[in-house]
Write a protein that binds this ligand. Structure first.
Ligand SMILES: [Zn+2]
Length: 304
């Protein structure tokens, strides 16, 4: 094939999604690599390389235009390796150098929240938005702010740890990273699931989020209550983010965003109630369009 394909690699806690992406943002072939918690970094990277080989062979691609990697943590200044992620074995590994040697093409890492936002800006619900804020509620909460499509970096090769903005004073608990009363401690996918499991004991742990979203869309009052409560917490943080960044549009992505309007309406109402009017009155809110593909597409799109 003669098109200039880029491999997008979206690294997650227990598995990584890889996709061969065309310049118009389409994933033409994909694979998922899973790994055991105890797997070494070398083993994980070797599995990535095998998956990339498979995908190239399957599509008869002889050479890649590049490999873009979305990393779930901090990014080192050379964008060649990452740190402080939930895949400890990969922290500090020279990921870009290893893949570059093997595939003889440019390789670059970015933070996974930045990757999702780039995808939405180029191909999704953020098209044409000059000041785009994207909140990704996954296991944790990722935040990205793009000006004309370029991610803003404030610390650690990304927007710092903005998902950990402090929102709770009384009865605060520590998050897994150690802050007291941050947004992740009350509204991350992990926190919402833990709460949902406590108050809805009949649901299996592995499907707590999916069950919650399904019941919310079915009109179940308890599920709607849990999602709306999470939305209020996120809206409280979003009011501060709007005061800092004055975004034109705020997008909400990640697994819980499948709850749609109920979640966004709660976030929007609380943001507008608390934020400085001049920073929030002209801001629109919406749901990300690309779903689980945003990470792959955005990681690849940084190389186009
Ligand atoms: Zn925290």
């Amino acid at each position: 094939m003669s098109e200039k394909f880029v491999m997008g690699v979206d690294i997650g806690g227990g598995s990584t999604k890889l996709g061969l992406v065309s310049p118009d943002g389409k994933i033409v072939a994909r694979q998922r690599v899973t790994y055991a918690k105890a797997a070494s970094g070398e083993r994980i990277l070797s599995n990535y390389a095998n998956a990339i080989d498979d995908l190239m062979r399957g599509q008869k691609v002889e050479r890649l235009a590049g490999i873009g990697v979305g990393y779930p943590g901090h990014i080192l200044p050379d964008h060649a390796s990452g740190d402080d992620s939930n895949v400890l074995a990969l922290d500090g590994m020279p990921i870009a150098d290893i893949l570059k040697r093997r595939f003889q093409c440019p390789v670059r890492l970015i933070n996974d929240a930045d990757a999702g936002a780039i995808a939405e800006h180029r191909f999704g619900a953020g098209r044409g938005i000059d000041r785009l804020l994207m909140i990704t509620v996954g296991t944790g909460i990722g935040l990205a702010f793009l000006v004309d499509g370029v991610p803003t970096s404030t610390a650690n090769g990304c927007l710092g740890d903005a998902g950990h903005v402090i929102v709770v004073r009384d009865n605060a608990v520590r998050c897994r990273k150690g802050c007291l009363g941050c947004l992740e401690s009350v509204a991350s996918g992990e926190a919402i699931e833990a709460y949902a499991r406590r108050v809805r004991p009949g649901h299996k742990a592995t499907s707590a989020t999916a069950a919650l979203v399904r019941d919310t869309l079915d009109g179940n009052a308890q599920a709607i209550g849990i999602i709306s409560e999470a939305g209020l917490w996120i809206g409280m943080a979003a009011a501060s983010w709007c005061n800092i960044f004055a975004p034109r549009k705020v997008l909400v992505g990640g697994g819980i965003s499948a709850a749609g309007g109920i979640l966004v309406d709660a976030i929007l109402a609380e943001t507008k109630r608390r934020g400085m009017p001049s920073n929030v009155e002209n801001t629109s809110f919406g749901i990300a369009e690309l779903g689980n593909d945003a990470g792959i597409i955005g990681a690849a799109a940084q190389m186009f």
